[in-house]
Design a binder for this molecule. Structure first.
Ligand SMILES: CC(C)(COP(=O)(O)OP(=O)(O)OC[C@H]1O[C@@H](n2cnc3c(N)ncnc32)[C@H](O)[C@@H]1OP(=O)(O)O)[C@@H](O)C(=O)NCCC(=O)NCCS
Length: 179
C-alpha cells in the first residue's frame, strides 16, 4: 500500500500544463466515470479558484513511471439539517447546528484507480481525516460530510459515517462523521 502523496496545487506550479493534463487523464476508474471526469476536467479549475483541494496518491512502477492510484478532493460545504432529520441525538449534539445549518468539511471526491487493492479507499479517507483534524485544530468545525448513492451507505458506515438524510432530489445520501 505504498504511495507518494502529491497536492494538485503543487503540481500546477511545478509541472508543464500539458504534461499535468496528460498525467491526470491517465487515471481510470470504471466504477465511477464521474470521478475520472472530475479529475480530468474540473480539479485544476477548482484548485485555481480555491474551491477545493485535490490530493493524488501516486505509486511508481518498475520503469519509474508515476501512476495515480487514487485521489481525494476536500473542501467546505455546509449542510442544511431538515427538522425531520433522523440523526442520532449524540451525534446531532456535536454538530453545532445553528438555524438549521451545520458548518462542515466536505469529502467531495474519493476514487481509486481500476485494479488498486481493496482497502486503499479507507487509507485515503484516513488521510483526509488527518487534514480535517488539522483544520479543526486551527479554526474549528467538527463535522465531515459527503454525499453518496445508496449502494455505498454501508461502506461509509463501516468507515465511521452516519446517514443524515437524502438530498432534495432523493438521489444521494448525506453522510456525516464527527472529528
Ligand atoms: C469507494 C472506494 C474509494 C472504496 O475503496 P476501498 O476502501 O478500497 O473499498 P472497496 O473498493 O473494497 O469498496 C468497498 C465496497 O463498496 C463497493 N463500491 C465501491 N464503489 C462503488 C460504486 N461506485 N458503486 C457501488 N458499489 C461500490 C465495493 O464493491 C465494495 O463492496 P464489497 O465490500 O461488498 O466488496 C472505491 O471502491 C472506489 O474508488 N470506488 C469507485 C469510486 C466511487 O464510487 N467513489 C465514491 C463516491 S461517493
Amino acid at each position: 500500500m505504498s504511495f507518494i502523496l502529491y497536492r494538485l496545487n503543487d503540481l500546477i506550479s511545478a509541472t508543464d500544463e500539458k504534461e499535468l493534463q496528460s498525467f491526470l487523464s491517465s487515471f481510470k476508474c470504471s466504477a465511477e466515470p464521474a470521478a475520472e471526469d472530475f479529475l480530468n476536467r474540473v480539479a485544476i479549475k477548482h484548485e485555481n479558484n480555491g474551491i477545493s483541494r485535490t490530493y493524488l496518491f501516486v505509486d511508481r512502477d518498475d520503469s519509474g513511471t508515476d501512476i495515480i492510484k487514487g485521489f481525494s478532493t476536500i473542501a467546505f460545504k455546509c449542510l442544511t439539517i431538515d427538522e425531520r432529520h433522523k440523526i442520532p441525538e449524540t451525534i446531532f449534539e456535536q454538530m453545532n447546528v445553528d438555524r438549521g445549518i451545520a458548518q462542515a468539511y466536505l469529502l467531495g471526491q474519493l476514487a481509486k484507480a481500476d485494479g488498486v487493492e481493496k482497502g486503499f479507499g479507507r487509507k485515503m479517507i484516513n488521510h483526509s481525516f488527518d487534514i480535517f483534524s488539522k483544520g479543526n485544530g486551527m479554526f474549528g468545525c467538527r463535522v465531515v460530510r459527503l454525499d453518496c448513492r445508496d449502494a455505498l451507505i454501508k461502506y461509509y458506515e463501516s468507515c465511521g459515517f452516519t446517514a443524515a438524510g437524502k438530498n432534495q432530489t432523493g438521489t444521494l445520501n448525506h453522510m456525516i462523521a464527527i472529528i
